[in-house]
Structures are given as structure tokens and as C-alpha cells.
Design a protein around this ligand. Structure first.
Ligand SMILES: NC(=O)c1ccc[n+]([C@@H]2O[C@H](COP(=O)([O-])OP(=O)(O)OC[C@H]3O[C@@H](n4cnc5c(N)ncnc54)[C@H](OP(=O)(O)O)[C@@H]3O)[C@@H](O)[C@H]2O)c1
Length: 301
């Protein structure tokens, strides 16, 4: 299949590109600040998501079977600092891609987030539950979901995913990479014992996205995550133990002790029905996610 992928240099986009190439698909990679360097890419195109109209011509020439959108301003702090840019990349780009994919008769896979929920529910969120984002990032992602489903009624997939483990091309995007960067920079590392997530690896999500690329019988809004729920503090401790590093660099903290974080969603967990029973890929536990991570940079003693 001919696949067009945005955000190919990001944590998830790169994992998806690797999975699609392994499977022998023809991949056109769109990236922003630098090209995707994976061997086997059919074509690298530069994309400024802030000006999505420039994409129309090359996409019409390519006429892909599937368009996968992993481009985003994916860091909530960056979205707060650059709201106009976030609106363009997180909302206008997916709307434009949804319109183009409808015109092409292409499948459109768009990635969203658990941050569309407020985290106040004790039970796992179903894809039919009412979203209520607590930050601008979550709001932009929710608006994008609605745009995508409004503009591609034929063959859309919106996949909400949780916090991601894995190895990013920049070495700075995933959970363990952020923890190691904080330790390296001697920054205080406080992680909440009362903030719960259901992490997943970028590699596992990429396998799900690949199945969804190839399965045109599944449409709509789906949830995917790992098989375990952990607090942020537990995640940090287990990462450091796995890497053979001292766990004392992480301090246990609580959301209530940190007024600036009072709006953080406390518990974001997903009910994975109905998709989990329809795919070959299965959710993986935290140990399996740990086994995927690489640890290349030596840390200070
Ligand atoms: N990471 C997580 O924990 C997580 C959790 C839930 C949902 N998600 C969602 O998953 C998707 C992928 O996230 P990710 O973690 O892979 O993000 P990421 O590592 O930050 O990558 C974002 C991608 O978007 C591209 N991009 C940024 N600005 C651009 C612009 N102006 N024009 C074109 N491309 C631009 C980046 O290109 P450059 O690097 O070249 O700038 C990069 O390839 C996003 O929709 C995100 O909201 C992520």
C-alpha cells in the first residue's frame, strides 16, 4: 500500500514508519525540522503543518491509500506557550488531511490522546464517554477529533492513546528519556504517587496503527493503551530499576502538594473495547514496554 505519514520524525511517527517499512509498504514521510532518516523510505517531503494547503498538490500527485497523521504539538506546555501555532498544527492540519483523504477515497488514521478526559472518573474511559479536557492541549486534540470525524465520514480512524514509552529519534520525547534528561541536568525529579496512567509503548501502538491501516472494516473512534495502570512515581521507579540506576533520584510527591499542577487529570485509564477483541496486536504490560527501551547515554555517577 502507498502510505503517507506526517510526523515521521516524532516518537510515534518513527515507530509507525519502522513498522510499515518492515511490512513492505511504500512510505512517503513528511517531517518538519529534519528528514526522516530510516532506510527504505520512498520519499521524504518537508511539511510545515502551519501551512497545510501546501500539502494538497504533492498529496494529490501521490494519491496514497492511507494517510496517517502523527504530526502535532504534543507537549502541553508548548501548546500553552504557542496557542496559535497549536491551533494550526493540532486542528487545521488534521481537518485538511481529513478533507483530502475523503477526496482521495483514502483511509485516514489520526492520533489523539487520553488528555481529552478530565481524569475524575474512577472507572476506565470508554470511547463513548463525554470528553472534558482540562488543558489547551486536550482541547485542541478534542477539536481535531471532531473535525476529522466531520470531514471524513467514509473511512476515518481516530485512535486515542496514553502516555508513551519507547525510543524517540530526538532522544527526548518518551517517559524514560525525560526522566534521564532530568537526572542528567540535575533537575529535581518529583513524580506523583496519586497520578495514574495506563502507559503503552510507541512500538505497540504502531503495530495497532499498522493493523488499522490494513483493515478497512474498522472505522471510528477507538482507545488503545497498555495492560497495566501505574502511578507516575511507580513508572519512574521501575524505569530506573530496569536501567540499573539508583531510584533515590526520584522523590514521591502528591498532586495536592503542587498547586501549579492542580488541574492535572488524576487518573486516565482506558476501556479498550471493542477494538481489543478485533485486532491481532495485544496490549502489553509495563515490563514488556521496559524491554523495548534503549539506554545509550552514560549518566553522571
Ligand atoms: N508522546 C505521548 O506520550 C503521547 C501521548 C498521547 C497522545 N500522543 C499523540 O500522538 C501523536 C504523536 O506524538 P509524538 O509523541 O510522536 O510527538 P512528537 O515526538 O513530539 O512528534 C511530533 C511530530 O510532529 C512534527 N511537527 C511538529 N511541528 C510541526 C510543524 N510545524 N510542521 C510539521 N510537522 C511538525 C514533528 O516534526 P519535527 O520533529 O521535525 O519538528 C514530529 O515529527 C500526537 O498526535 C500526540 O498528540 C502522544
Amino acid at each position: 500500500m502507498k502510505i503517507l505519514l506526517t510526523g515521521a520524525t516524532g516518537l510515534l511517527g518513527n515507530a509507525y514508519a519502522q513498522a510499515a517499512l518492515r511490512r513492505g509498504h511504500t512510505l512517503t514521510a513528511l517531517s518538519h525540522s529534519q528528514p526522516c532518516t530510516l532506510p527504505g523510505i520512498a520519499e521524504n517531503l518537508r511539511l510545515d503543518a502551519a501551512d497545510p494547503e501546501t500539502l494538497t498538490e504533492p498529496i494529490l500527485q501521490l494519491w496514497p491509500d492511507v494517510i496517517v497523521n502523527c504530526a502535532a504539538l504534543s507537549n502541553p506546555q508548548t501548546v500553552d506557550a504557542e496557542p496559535e501555532q497549536a491551533r494550526k498544527i493540532n486542528i487545521n492540519l488534521p481537518r485538511h488531511l481529513a478533507q483530502l483523504s475523503t477526496h482521495l477515497g483514502a483511509r485516514f488514521i489520526h492520533i489523539s490522546t487520553d488528555m481529552v478526559f478530565d481524569g475524575l472518573s474512577e472507572s476506565s474511559y470508554r470511547s463513548t464517554d463525554m470528553p472534558a479536557p482540562t488543558n489547551l492541549y486536550g482541547q485542541t486534540k478534542l477539536m481535531a477529533e471532531r473535525e476529522v470525524l466531520a470531514h471524513n465520514k467514509e473511512d476515518p480512524v481516530v485512535l486515542r492513546i496514553p502516555i508513551l514509552m519507547g525510543n524517540s529519534p530526538s532522544g527526548s520525547r518518551s517517559v524514560h528519556e525525560k526522566i534521564l534528561a532530568a537526572i542528567r541536568n540535575q533537575e529535581p525529579l518529583k513524580l506523583f504517587t496519586d497520578e495514574f496512567r495506563q502507559p503503552c509503548s510507541a512500538g505497540n501502538v504502531a503495530e495497532v496503527m499498522l493493523e488499522l491501516s490494513e483493515r478497512r472494516d474498522l472505522h471510528g473512534l477507538f482507545h488503545w493503551a497498555g495492560s497495566e495502570v501505574l502511578s507516575r512515581f511507580e513508572m519512574g521507579q521501575r524505569i530506573l530499576k530496569h536501567l540499573g540506576l539508583p531510584t533515590e533520584s526520584i522523590t514521591a510527591s502528591q498532586i495536592a502538594d503542587n498547586p501549579t499542577h492542580k488541574h492535572r487529570p488524576r487518573k486516565l485509564t482506558f476501556n479498550l473495547n471493542p477494538i481489543v477483541s478485533k485486532l491481532k496486536t495485544k496490549p502489553i504490560d509495563f515490563q514488556e514496554q521496559l524491554e523495548e527501551i534503549t539506554f545509550i547515554e552514560p549518566l553522571r555517577a
